[in-house]
Design a protein around this ligand. Structure first.
Ligand code: SAM
Ligand code: SF4
Length: 337
């Protein structure tokens, strides 16, 4: 069995000997934005009856922590638009064995939710921000208001999270000319920033993903015109490669699924809002945890066994290819980035 005991604490190990101690949970596939790389113009969302309830999500989180998971990230869609989501943060925040409860958000709800999130035990948050220009921001998010997000970032800074990181997807001729400004903004506010290469998840009509590809190396070259980037060995347990700016001490990360594949270090799995446990971002291997939960209500052992068994089908890695049609039809809002 791909699970072993280590000082009495069970851990999840896949068949390539990778320890899985990190789960990303998508609590909704809905969102108040429509980012062009994430969603298509017209989207079909999961009918509410098919969503996991918040109690079911908590149960799954508990099962994972009992299996050695140390970090849980709440994501979506936009997680903060799910009704009563703060209750979920409070419940998961109290699970024994969990080192970190973190969040990825587009920032639109943070003016009202930053404090309740901090109170629930969230220490680090990632906020997505692709442009500092209101018009470009609207163009990329289709409907997002930059002012609201900047106010959300200010609110998050004011409540004093341990760490705030910006996540930025760079698209050629859309926002690639803003990389220096975005890093300056992050530095001025005492935040880190990670640049993410666009991934071919789901069919989108807005642009040809290969045409707008702007690699991490190009971004790094651009940044080197204004800053000195020193490689660090630091990790946040994710696929980011980090550099430190000599000038400001800011940490700049690059998530490069195309130019620098990171699968051999993969330590994570993802839960969709319907209860599908995805074993890889770029493959369809999954198990239906909602079925297990609803077939055996209250049976924690059955749930844990389904999770243990899933380790047998975690694939070696993704096969992203920008020039072919997407092989993954799931959009990022379903996957939970
Ligand atoms: N709505 C929240 C947000 O935007 O932060 C959380 C969910 S969103 C799917 C999580 C992250 O995935 C965001 O930083 C977003 O920029 C990124 N993302 C979405 N679609 C992507 C894609 N096709 N390729 C790379 N990153 C993507
Ligand atoms: Fe919504 Fe986040 Fe997707 Fe943008 S990236 S559409 S904010 S889920």
């Amino acid at each position: 069995m791909d699970v072993k005991t280590n000082n009495q604490q069970e851990v999840l190990i896949d068949k390539f000997n990778r320890i899985v101690d990190y789960v990303r949970i998508s609590v909704t596939d809905r969102c108040d934005f429509r980012c062009v790389y994430c969603m298509d113009d017209e989207m079909q969302f999961v009918p509410r009856a098919q969503l996991l309830t918040l109690e079911e999500i908590s149960k799954i989180a508990q099962a994972f922590t009992e299996l050695g998971v140390k970090r849980i990230r709440i994501t979506g869609g936009e997680p903060l638009i799910r009704r009563n989501v703060i209750q979920l943060f409070e419940d998961i925040g109290q699970l024994p064995g969990l080192d970190e409860l973190v969040l990825t958000t587009n920032g639109s709800q943070l003016t009202k939710l930053a404090q309740p999130l901090k109170d629930a035990g969230v220490k680090r948050i990632n906020i997505s921000l692709d442009s500092l220009d209101a018009e470009k921001f609207k163009n990329i998010t289709r409907v997002g208001e930059l002012d609201k997000v900047i106010a959300g970032i200010d609110a998050a800074i004011a409540v004093g999270f341990e760490k705030i990181k910006l996540n930025t997807v760079i698209l050629k001729n859309r926002n690639h000319d803003e990389v220096i400004d975005l890093v300056r903004y992050a530095s001025d506010q005492g935040m880190d920033i990670s640049f993410i290469e666009e991934m071919p998840l789901g069919v989108i009509g807005d642009h040809d993903r290969a045409e707008v590809f702007y690699s991490s190396d190009e971004i790094k070259n651009d940044l080197e015109k204004a800053f000195t980037l020193v490689p660090t060995t630091e990790t946040t347990g994710g696929p980011s490669k980090y550099y430190k700016l000599t000038e400001t001490g800011t940490r700049v990360g690059f998530i490069s699924p195309h130019s620098h594949n990171f699968c051999e270090l993969c330590n994570r799995v993802r839960l969709t809002c319907e209860g599908r446990l995805l074993l890889c971002l770029g493959q369809e291997h999954s198990v239906d945890l909602r079925k297990t939960l609803r077939s055996y209500p209250g049976d924690m052992e059955k749930l844990k066994q389904a999770i243990r068994d899933s380790m047998l089908i975690k694939p070696k890695g993704h096969d992203f290819n920008l020039t072919e049609k997407p092989i993954i039809f799931r959009h990022m809002n379903v996957t939970g980035g």
